[in-house]
Write a new protein. Structure first.
Length: 139
């Protein structure tokens, strides 16, 4: 597996990669506009990087159309045949937080409350982790 355990290792891996795919979502915007230029001001990384529209990056990697792929963990770990390397080093990681709320005019407020409680319950944590997300910390 390529080494992305530290910022320096990530930079080396990016520079040595033959091709890189990244998502067209907010995570891809972070990579192309902030992280890649910060790690490689010369632009060599961006020159071999391709933004992927309308499909998951992991699918492109599995087909062999890119050597490395970057997408949110939850978009990668469920793709059969993909070798998940890991997450970006903490110093350059950009975390996306998902929230749940109840609309004031909800037609089914009790059902919404039950769904939110279910998603936040300790019993949901293993399923949430399996999908590449991090469950809520328990109090």
């Amino acid at each position: 597996k390529p080494d992305i355990s530290t910022v320096e290792a990530l930079k080396k891996t990016l520079l040595e990669a033959k091709s890189i795919a990244y998502s067209a979502s907010a995570s891809g915007t972070y990579l192309s506009e902030e992280l890649f230029p910060k790690l490689d001001p010369s632009g060599a990384v961006m020159a071999k990087a391709k933004k992927i529209f309308s499909e998951r990056v992991g699918t492109v990697v599995v087909r062999g159309e890119a050597e490395l792929g970057f997408h949110q963990v939850s978009e990668l770990v469920t793709i059969e045949g993909l070798d998940f390397v890991g997450t970006l080093p903490e110093e350059v990681q950009r975390v996306t937080v998902f929230s749940a709320g109840l609309a004031a005019g909800s037609k089914e407020p009790e059902a919404a409350r039950k769904l939110i409680a279910c998603l936040g319950a300790p019993e949901a944590a293993p399923v949430i982790k399996k999908t590449g997300l991090e469950p809520l910390p328990q109090k």
